[in-house]
Design a protein around this ligand. Sequence first.
Ligand SMILES: NC(=O)c1ccc[n+]([C@@H]2O[C@H](COP(=O)([O-])OP(=O)(O)OC[C@H]3O[C@@H](n4cnc5c(N)ncnc54)[C@H](O)[C@@H]3O)[C@@H](O)[C@H]2O)c1
Length: 284
Amino acid sequence: MQDFSDRVAVITGAAGGIGLALARQALARGMRLVLSDVDAAALDAAGRSLGADPARLLTHAADVSRDAEVAALADAAFARFGAVHLLCNNAGVGFSRLAVEHSAADWEWVIGVNLFAVAHGIRHFLPRMQAAGARAHVLNTASAAGLVSTPGLAAYNASKQGVVALSETLRAELAAQRSPIGVSVLCPAWVPTAIHASSRARPERFGATAPASEASRPYEQGMEHAVLAGRLSADDIARTAFEAVAREQFYILPHSRIGQAVQERFAEIAAAAVPTAPSRAPSP
Ligand SMILES: NC(=O)c1ccc[n+]([C@@H]2O[C@H](COP(=O)([O-])OP(=O)(O)OC[C@H]3O[C@@H](n4cnc5c(N)ncnc54)[C@H](O)[C@@H]3O)[C@@H](O)[C@H]2O)c1
């Protein structure tokens, strides 16, 4: 998808971090915007911060882990602009502690927001994008955690590896249909955003996040430290993502060292060796 001007972008998790940076990139390329987030107040503030023409911007609050709310988001987007050309399934939450200390609700929250939401987005947007017959693109935000498994991130790793698998499957199916809809999967390592404080947006039905145990605390603190020390900004990631979408590039790995970690992991898998790559990986 090379021509962004006047096209319509839908971005979830757009109230801050990488989602808001994607919105800035889309706006700079002349796109009309549908921005969504579970945090309605932060979403309104984010929308205002862009200084966009109100006629070219729709903000619509939604909890993307809920199928019906993604359906309502799609209805609102098509009702307002009549088309969607770039679907950014970006909303996500971070959660770090020992695997054995993830509760059932923790799993449901992380998998719901990070993986099911991408499936909901594809189900509710793609048929209408396909029916339009125009060039369009799906950009799924996974993570380097979708490619290597760092300790302390069991549900996060599983959710993001699911997003990579879903994206690869969708790309292959659309390519087999000679569809004009492209797919990309964005796999950044650590980026300084508010992802280490994701519990702020944890929907009530999942209950409150329990405090980390003494054994889990180093992982939680390690995630916060790594996020805040991230060397590429959210704007860097969003710019790289748009350049890659324009090239129809599928895997987007903005941090150059992740490719090495992936090579090591797959060499170990192919050799049926003991996995060591996660501990050597520079980040999730
Ligand atoms: N920051 C990093 O280090 C990093 C690295 C790799 C991948 N990612 C991914 O990038 C994406 C964006 O994260 P970020 O770093 O900008 O974090 P962030 O916390 O700054 O932004 C995430 C946004 O998602 C929203 N959100 C959370 N739960 C939601 C829900 N149920 N429904 C709708 N919106 C919801 C939040 O309110 C927030 O505005 C996520 O998918 C994340 O997993 C982040």
